[in-house]
Write a protein of this length. Structure first.
Lengths: 342, 426
């Protein structure tokens, strides 16, 4: 009976599996159909400029001037020349490749790399410390907490360009800061003063962002853990380092990653405050400022530089996710595993 | 299906990048400026932001007489870099929507070298004999006129006549420096121009070099800074920064900061543009010095500023565009613009018309400056050249202002090399 029953049973089973398969395929098709507009939009908006910029970076837009008419001669494919020009600080003078003289954009490349990383490390460190501190204050229960939280957000809510202009007036040689401190510091042209002017303005502006992300993380820590710690006689410092910080880490890492990536492409603050100047004239010239300056001279060389900048930022993000296990994709177990391995 | 989609996606990307390749190859090369054909019809005139509100009125004046060739005015931002960027974007795509363009004097070469400007030759020849020669020259590139003079500008010397007393107004940099003890005695700074790292520094550097008989680049765009004249010019600035005749803070001065210092009575000599006259007349902080200052021509050779008018090579109505330029150049319009916009006219005869200059006294010292004024480097690589100058000269002045030693000769030699590298397009 069972032997007889089996054959009629299996075809429907097979049919069931086949229809499930067909079903899934249909679902997939529908899903792709629904996603198509988004994918196409992403291709147009994201992929196209990137691809175009990379293509441009291998070209030269003009290869000199026709001495008779004064018109530009069309350029063409130049391979990696735009990249090597930046990385090895080379210039082509009269068709000969040689080391760039001071004052040409390529000669300022490593200075810009240093400035960019210097700003990133110092501002992110300061913003993390102040951010944690502010988050702790905002996390306490006290009267007027709502007002405080709103007030803390104000610097973040002001557009960066406005912030920059605001600080521009504060840092003016005859501005508020020099008057109040009764000093005569050239905040926007001295080498280190201008760097710290930008760090101060940036920290003032973006600490609230950090504080809010950290506050969100703080509020996820259950009250019971603190109670338990108190029962066990843990001191405040022990509680902070043994309980708060480890539990805060996922939120903290994401906040630091976001800020780092943001700081690495810093443009508007130094552009408005110092125009990239300071010291000998390039003291606050970040990579993004160098890119924008170069666009006016040569699109293709600027494309190469922006690709280099993109790769640097990409590498930093990659290292971050690998080493600190920042959980961005929602794959928490994997991120935790990676973090543990690291 | 998945595969098909992936292929489609790759195909789309390739197609798009193909497009971009096409877009890229549009750059230099042949000139689209076909000669002849006096096509007429409605046109567009584009210029930077008009704060006076006078340009639309001029357009209305033109439109009243030209019903079939009406002009539409488009105003760009008030930032020169953004204006140039806007023009570049339109011209790169060969758009015909801008017919007449107001171009800064330093843009002529770079726009012309791309083949974007209609040469003003043949059917488009204009009689420019009555216009200031230094300004006409600023619209010229490789022996061809590409832009017609519209409004000009040159720097003036603003000075405190109460401090100067009966002493003669300086006509050279050295004479001015010799007067600095007067400022010191009065407890004010002696001289300032524009020495922050931006276009103003190129202007001021150009001035000290040309005032001593040197040039920054030759006609072919090759740097000519390895000369005793150029050395003498830069040495003047370096010395003045070193001995404090130019205040240390001046390395951060653009037009406005220098003006602030002058208006607050902290400065004896200021090198600045004519439009500061209006500011001193109205600004609250200037009330103490308003009756104590005067203006004279720049002590030496000023740089030329201002804007020219050029026709888009892709314009569909070049005939009307040319007529409109002639209208803008006319004595009537030039006078009107002096009255309404306080600009410097380019028609020579206006400066010798005493009934006119009596009404606008700033025109007299301005003419003195303009007579000897010299254009900034004319080169299609202007952006690179001005960056090369700014980077090197700023560093030298900054060092001098903090008391460091500056070897003028080696600074100029590095600047030359950087200009040459910029002129090679890298």
């Amino acid at each position: 009976m069972t032997a007889l029953a089996a054959p009629p049973n299996s075809p429907p089973k097979l049919a069931g599996r086949a229809s499930a398969e067909a079903n899934r395929r249909r679902m997939t098709r529908v899903a792709y159909g629904l996603l198509a507009p988004t994918i196409i939009a992403m291709l147009v908006v994201v992929a196209y400029p990137i691809v175009q910029s990379i293509i441009q970076s291998f070209n030269s837009d003009a290869s000199g001037i026709d001495p008779k008419t004064g018109l530009f001669r069309a350029g063409g494919f130049v391979g990696l020349q735009n990249y090597t020009n930046w990385l090895f600080q080379q210039c082509q003078v009269g068709g000969v490749t040689q080391a760039c003289p001071a004052g040409s954009p390529q000669a300022g490349f490593y200075n810009s790399v240093f400035v960019t990383f210097f700003f990133t490390i110092v501002t992110v460190a300061l913003e993390t410390v102040f951010g944690v501190w502010m988050a702790f204050i905002m996390n306490r229960n006290f009267r007027g907490r709502g007002i405080l939280r709103a007030a803390v957000l104000v610097p973040w809510a002001i557009p960066t360009a406005v912030t920059a202009k605001l600080w521009y007036f504060i840092f003016d040689p005859s501005g508020v800061l020099n008057t109040v401190l009764n000093v005569n510091v050239l905040w926007l042209s001295d080498l280190w003063a201008s760097r710290f002017a930008i760090i101060i303005a940036d920290t003032w502006k973006t600490t609230p962002f950090m504080a809010l992300l950290i506050l969100a993380g703080l509020q996820l820590i259950p009250e019971e853990t603190y109670e338990a710690a108190k029962m066990d006689g843990s001191s405040t410092i022990q509680t902070f380092f043994r309980i708060t910080l480890p539990l805060l880490k996922p939120a903290l890492v994401v906040a630091i990653l976001f800020r780092t990536l943001d700081a690495l492409r810093m443009y508007d603050l130094p552009a408005i405050l110092t125009g990239g100047g300071g010291g000998g004239g390039q003291g606050t010239q970040t990579l993004s400022i160098l890119v924008v300056k170069q666009i006016q001279q040569s699109n293709d060389s600027a494309s190469a530089l922006s690709t280099i900048t993109f790769l640097i930022i990409f590498a930093v993000a990659f290292i971050f996710i690998r080493v600190l296990g920042a959980n961005l994709t929602g794959n928490a177990p994997k991120a935790r595993r990676v973090a543990k391995e690291a | 299906m998945k595969k098909a989609l992936r292929v489609a996606a790759v195909g789309a990307t390739l197609a798009l990048s193909g497009l971009s390749l096409v877009a890229c190859s549009n750059g230099g090369g042949s000139s689209p400026a076909a000669q002849g054909g006096n096509d007429t019809g409605p046109i567009t005139y584009v210029q930077g932001k008009d704060t006076s509100g006078n340009i639309p009125k001029l357009a209305a004046m033109w439109n009243a007489d030209h019903a079939k060739e009406k002009v539409k005015v488009i105003q760009q931002s008030d930032n020169a870099d953004q204006q140039l960027q806007d023009l570049t974007q339109h011209l790169q795509q060969k758009l015909s929507d801008y017919d007449v363009m107001s171009t800064d004097v330093v843009w002529t070469a770079q726009l012309a070298a791309k083949g974007w400007l209609q040469p003003l030759t043949g059917d488009y020849k204009l009689d420019l004999s009555g216009y200031l020669p230094s300004v006409v020259k600023s619209g010229e590139y490789v022996g061809t006129q590409y832009a017609a003079p519209s409004v000009t500008d040159s720097q003036l010397l603003y000075y405190r006549k109460d401090l100067l007393g009966s002493k003669a107004v300086p006509t050279t940099f050295a004479e001015m420096m010799a007067l600095c003890p007067v400022a010191k005695k009065a407890g004010v700074d002696c001289y300032a121009g524009q020495f922050a790292k931006y276009e103003g520094l190129t202007v001021n550097f150009n001035e000290v070099v040309t005032s001593n008989g040197g040039t920054v680049v030759d006609e072919k765009g090759k740097p000519t800074l390895d000369t005793p004249e150029a050395e003498k010019g830069l040495q003047e600035l370096v010395d003045a920064f070193k001995n404090g005749n130019i205040p240390k803070a001046a390395v951060s001065y653009q037009e406005q900061q220098g003006l602030n210092s002058f208006e607050q009575g902290k400065l004896m000599f200021l090198n600045n543009w004519p439009y500061m006259v209006a500011d001193i007349a109205n600004s609250d902080q200037a009330k103490d010095i308003r009756s104590k200052y005067a203006i004279a021509g720049y002590p030496g050779k000023s740089a030329v500023g201002g804007h020219n008018l050029a026709i888009n090579a892709y314009s569909k109505h070049k005939g009307t565009a040319l007529k409109f330029i002639k209208f803008m150049e006319s004595e009537e319009v030039q006078k009107n613009r002096v009255e309404k916009e306080s600009v410097a006219p380019t028609l020579s005869s206006l400066y010798s018309d005493t009934s006119f200059t009596d009404k606008y006294p700033y025109l007299v010292p301005l003419k003195k400056s303009l007579d000897s004024a010299v254009a900034r480097p004319i080169t299609p690589y202007y952006n690179g050249v001005t960056q090369a100058i700014q980077n090197n000269i700023f560093q030298a002045l900054q060092t001098a202002s903090t008391g460091g030693s500056v070897d003028v000769k080696s600074v100029l030699s590095t600047t030359s090399k950087a200009i040459e590298a910029a002129g090679s397009g890298s």
